[in-house]
Design a protein around this ligand. Structure first.
Ligand SMILES: Cc1ncc(COP(=O)(O)O)c(C=O)c1O
Length: 405
């Protein structure tokens, strides 16, 4: 597709729900339009790359056909995008073929040569890679802010900043940053705030009502929730997100089948998050005194200030816990090898518990020294607790730690 005419906005046709509707009801009923889907309760998968295109554009609009080519928009994208839009409290949301697709497309679309990005160091390794490797090639400067300096956003955001990019809780140390305060500091400097909300999910934290301009997710994680799809989403105002539309030509489109899986998964998001939150809290509490652990990282644990921020801005802390093994890197293979219910795999947010070593997965592109400087010690194992029974997970992890003695 070389020439793509500008299209009328999609007529989404979703019945608006009353304001008072709770998040779980919203997840199940927030994107109904059976009349457009032969009455189907579960929308079909529109597994097509392209759409019939009436002779003239006005004819196309008259037929209600707003779809042209799946790289730009497919009806299977619209339900899950609508649900995420509502949950995040955004004006609009757009799906992408991966979290990195959403992040890269957003950064490339918003930034220009000479712009400065203020980036917090506790970002996902893939985002660090784009900020360090790709953006400087296009004349975009990045100003890095450490987790410690992140407590003073007003000092970190200068008048040359165009965009502030943060994640909270961070990956993999689960540090918590004050989104409302960062939003204020960014806006005072005339910059936008972009928040990666993947670890928290909109069930636990809503950056847009806290002041963020844009929210991204890897929907591969909790929103997809079953470790069977890869996708991303960007949510925010129409003014910011709509111009990113043509940039879908970057090619980071979500496959309709993945969109269908996401639609199915979102219906249970709040139920799953309740269990993930419980498992995270109980495992962090139960493992903390274990002598084989130098430290248990959990959102809010780093300091009383972070605990206070977490209480203010989070409704739950997620199922993420990172464990620093007291014996360091040499103990990792034995520890991982003893786990029965925690699979050793990259990624997070699925119904099954997963453990990974950031130095070998998400943060492998940093040197060992860079990792240590950022507090990612050699014995760190990141655990994404699934929805299994908390007692079984505590037992599994405790027995694997006991085996190190
Ligand atoms: C916090 C966070 N953001 C973004 C990404 C990238 O998402 P994806 O793997 O869907 O490209 C990841 C992936 O691990 C992540 O953990």
């Amino acid at each position: 597709m070389s020439e793509e005419p500008s299209r009328p906005p999609p007529r989404r046709g979703f019945e608006p729900l009353p304001e008072w509707v709770g998040p779980t009801t919203r997840l199940v009923h927030g994107a109904r339009r059976p009349e457009l889907n032969a009455g189907a309760v579960v929308p079909p998968i529109y597994q097509t790359s392209t759409f019939h295109y009436p002779a003239s554009h006005s004819e196309s609009a008259a037929h209600g056909s707003v779809y042209l080519y799946t790289r730009n928009l497919n009806p299977s994208h619209e339900g899950p995008a609508e649900i995420i839009r509502q949950l995040e409290g955004a004006e609009t949301a757009r799906l992408f073929g991966s979290g990195m697709g959403a992040i890269t497309t957003t950064l490339l679309s918003l930034l220009q040569p000479g712009d400065e990005v203020v980036a917090l160091e506790g970002l996902y390794g893939g985002s660090l890679g784009i900020l360090r490797g790709l953006l400087p090639k296009f004349g975009v400067r990045v100003r890095w802010v450490s987790d410690e300096a992140a407590h003073e956003p007003e000092e970190a955001v200068g008048s040359s900043a165009r965009l502030v990019f943060l994640e909270s809780p961070t990956n993999p140390l689960l540090r918590v940053h004050d989104i409302a305060r960062w939003a204020q500091a960014a806006h005072r400097a005339g910059a936008l705030l972009l928040v990666d909300n993947t670890f928290a999910t909109p069930i636990n934290q809503r950056p847009i009502p806290l002041g963020a301009d844009l929210v991204v997710h890897s929907v591969t994680k909790y929103l997809g929730g079953h470790s069977d799809l890869v996708g991303g989403v960007l949510a925010g105002s129409k003014e910011l997100v709509d111009p990113i539309d043509p940039s879908a030509n970057v090619g980071a489109a979500l496959d309709p089948f993945a969109a269908f899986l996401l639609d199915r998964s979102l219906k249970t998001l709040s139920l799953r998050m309740a269990r993930h939150n419980e498992n995270g809290r109980r495992v962090a509490q139960a493992l903390s005194p274990h002598p084989e652990l130098a430290r248990v990282h959990y959102p809010g644990r780093a300091s009383p200030e972070e605990e206070a921020i977490a209480r203010r801005q989070m409704q739950g802390r997620s199922g993420m816990v990172s464990l620093s093994l007291a014996r360091g890197a040499s103990a990792i293979p034995k520890f991982l090898g003893r786990l029965r219910f925690v699979h050793v795999a990259a990624s997070l947010g699925g119904v099954e518990s997963l453990a990974s070593v950031p130095g070998e997965t998400s943060h492998r592109h940093l040197s060992a020294t860079e990792r240590r400087t950022r507090g990612i010690d050699d014995g760190l194992v990141r655990v994404s607790l699934g929805i299994e029974d908390p007692e079984d997970l505590i037992r599994d992890l405790t027995e694997a730690l006991d085996a190190l003695r």
